[in-house]
Design a protein around this ligand. Structure first.
Ligand SMILES: Nc1nc2c(ncn2[C@@H]2O[C@H](COP(=O)(O)OP(=O)(O)O)[C@@H](O)[C@H]2O)c(=O)[nH]1
Ligand SMILES: [Mg+2]
Length: 220
């Protein structure tokens, strides 16, 4: 074996959290992604985490996915998973405007808890197979995507449309953030890791990162 071309590709572990109102399809999306199966009816109170290997741009990552159920008895528990989570899928159903409105509060909470405006996120409009009962116009979701600088996908857990794409996009954002850390400079551009393994970016770098992010537009 030639050592010249041998590169160590450490397996990274990424923690993502699936958030959104009850009934939008968080568990169905997670089951489709992790197990490749459609489950018609999920216990709405089950909150569980899943580990799965994912290949992202030729890199192997171990993804830990927390499928939340909004059943936390203590605010502290919710804060804990928001702290540990490195990236978030914010899911609503295209058949429910209120489920989209709920994402605003969740995003604010994530930003507050992590004290970072640039947490990797993907906005997911699920149940795209139910076009005939759509309640959220695409333009409205696009608007939110632009405002938040987060990509928007419409998915169907039922038909498996865009299911892999949303998880892979989130992993890609996390890897990019991780690469930034490894390349990290010093002084004003320094990146710091807090006690939870989350990356903190200096104000200068944060601004640059945000502007770079404008290129990421909504994808369907
Ligand atoms: N038509 C359709 N129904 C879905 C889809 N995803 C979930 N559902 C249904 O929506 C309901 C709630 O799904 P679930 O994953 O339990 O929602 P959760 O509370 O967000 O975890 C179930 O009856 C699912 O069958 C989808 O993409 N299309
Ligand atoms: Mg569920």
């Amino acid at each position: 074996m030639s050592y010249k071309n041998y590169r160590i590709q450490p397996s990274r572990e990424l923690h993502v959290v699936v958030l959104g109102a009850g009934g939008v399809g968080k568990s169905c999306l997670t089951a489709q992604f992790v197990h490749n199966e459609w489950i018609e009816s999920y216990d709405p109170t089950i909150e569980d985490s899943y580990r799965t290997q994912v290949q992202v741009d030729g890199r192997q990552v171990m993804l830990e996915i927390l499928d939340t159920a909004g059943t936390e008895q203590f605010v502290a528990m919710r804060e804990m998973y928001m702290k540990t989570g490195q990236g978030f899928l914010l899911v609503f159903s295209i058949t429910s405007s209120s489920s989209m409105a709920e994402l605003e509060g969740l995003r604010q909470e994530i930003i507050r808890i992590k004290d970072d405006e640039n947490i990797p996120m993907v906005i997911v409009g699920n149940k795209s197979d139910l076009e005939e009962t759509r309640a959220v116009p695409r333009a409205k979701a696009f608007g939110m995507s632009q405002r938040w600088g987060a990509p928007y996908y419409e998915t169907s857990a039922r038909t498996r449309t865009n299911v892999d794409e949303v998880f892979v996009d989130l992993c890609r954002q996390l890897l990019r953030k991780d690469d930034d850390l490894n390349l990290g400079g010093d002084g004003d551009d320094a990146l710091k890791v807090d006690g939870f393994g989350n990356i903190r970016r200096s104000a200068k770098k944060r601004r640059r990162f945000m502007h770079g992010d404008r290129d990421r537009c909504a994808i369907l």
